[in-house]
Design a protein around this ligand. Structure first.
Ligand code: FAD
Ligand code: SF4
Length: 326
């Protein structure tokens, strides 16, 4: 790890002004540090200054009002997983948070850090490999080891977005508040994430002088059912091979609306409008749920080692739909 100076944040204004003087990677934010510290140790990131956000208590905590709930970016994943309102009204988010990593990481890792964490691709995490994401010419996953890589939305970079929380937030129509030198702005979480075809170097639209401050989730209707289903390689805590965040408005067994967002299969959380279209307005049964799964993977383009993800994703969607309506 290279040497860096360490600054405890005193205000958002101070943080944006410190960030404004630098480009990507010179001055960096640290929240729980569960992702960033491993990048520093591997020399993937070599900032000159780290700004500790944890000294800004106003960025932490969960509150609710008439419109829905607000979650400060420094709120830990454990606090989200265990929050009674989230468990009851935003079940998909509580389940997604519970599925993240280990209790130790959930106790320290924050929702802001989870959304901004960097890819887990083993070529990216190897300091000796200069792939496209790091400014090189090749994506080594294409002809190399691609078991955990993208089947949807890749090209030219086949990372998968590692967050479990992001698909749940998108399925819940959540927004995020971002602060920068020009003040505050709010955007849909769905619009925050980008594809490599737009920018192969970053996974979202956050600028080097901006901070994620808060997540806002609107109220759900009383007839909403939601759940998060995640397939892992092993029973122990692990990143998703594929996951499904589903939010359904139901009238009996008829699906009035469906939000289906996939994790672990694409460079960004992947909304499956194909599956949503199959379900909307239909009486949901096994055949309809299987059709939704089939349609969701029609555009899948697996690499050499990850064709299994196509069947896995298809079946996971079908199972999630049946679980949600049963
Ligand atoms: C062993 C292991 C297993 C894991 N398994 C899973 C899993 O199953 N599912 C899953 O979803 N995740 C998993 N993770 C990732 C983990 O959830 C993240 O590391 C964690 O959520 C990051 O939060 P943090 O507060 O520690 O972020 P940090 O490590 O402090 O920061 C991560 C990145 O986000 C930036 N950042 C942090 N906060 C902000 C902010 N407010 N505004 C702008 N940028 C910010 C930092 O600059 C940095 O680039 C795993 C991690 C490990 C180490
Ligand atoms: S998937 Fe992305 S990070 Fe991994 S080798 Fe390809 S370009 Fe690099």
């Amino acid at each position: 790890m290279d040497k860096f100076s360490y600054v405890n944040a005193t205000s958002l204004k101070q943080v944006t002004s410190l960030l404004s003087d630098s480009g990507w990677g010179e001055v960096m934010l640290i929240a729980g540090g569960t992702d960033l510290l491993s990048e520093l140790k591997e020399y993937i990131e070599t900032p000159k200054t780290l700004i500790n956000l944890k000294t800004l208590p106003e960025m932490e905590g969960i509150s609710s009002d008439a419109a829905g709930i607000k979650i400060g970016a420094l709120t830990t994943i454990a606090d989200i997983a265990m929050h009674p309102t989230i468990q009851h009204h935003y079940t998909v988010l509580a389940q997604a948070a519970t599925s993240v990593a280990t209790p130790q990481i959930r106790n320290v890792g924050t929702i802001g850090g989870n959304l901004c964490q960097r890819p887990r691709c083993w070529y990216y995490r190897d300091e000796t490999v200069n792939c496209i994401k790091k400014g090189g010419d090749l994506c080594y996953a294409v002809d190399g080891l691609s078991k955990y890589h993208a089947i949807l939305g890749g090209d030219p970079v086949y990372i998968v977005h590692p967050s479990d929380i992001a698909p749940a937030l998108i399925a819940l129509n959540a927004s995020m508040k971002i602060t920068g030198p020009e003040g505050e702005k709010t955007m849909k979480v769905e619009e925050f994430f980008t594809l490599p075809s737009d920018n192969p170097f970053r996974e979202n639209v956050l600028q080097p002088n901006e901070i994620v401050v808060e997540i806002q989730i609107p109220n759900t209707k009383p007839n909403t059912k939601s759940l998060y289903l995640k397939a892992r390689e092993k029973g122990a805590p692990d990143f998703a091979l594929a996951s499904v965040a589903g939010v359904f408005e139901m009238a009996g067994r008829t699906c009035q609306s469906a939000n289906i967002v996939l994790g672990g299969v694409a460079p960004k959380p992947w909304r499956s409008t194909e599956a949503e279209n199959v379900l909307t307005g239909k009486m949901v049964d096994k055949a309809v749920s299987m059709k939704a799964g089939e349609e969701a993977v029609q555009k899948a383009r697996p690499l050499n080692d990850n064709e299994y993800k196509v069947t896995l994703t298809q079946n996971l969607i079908s199972r999630a739909v049946m679980m949600a309506v049963s």
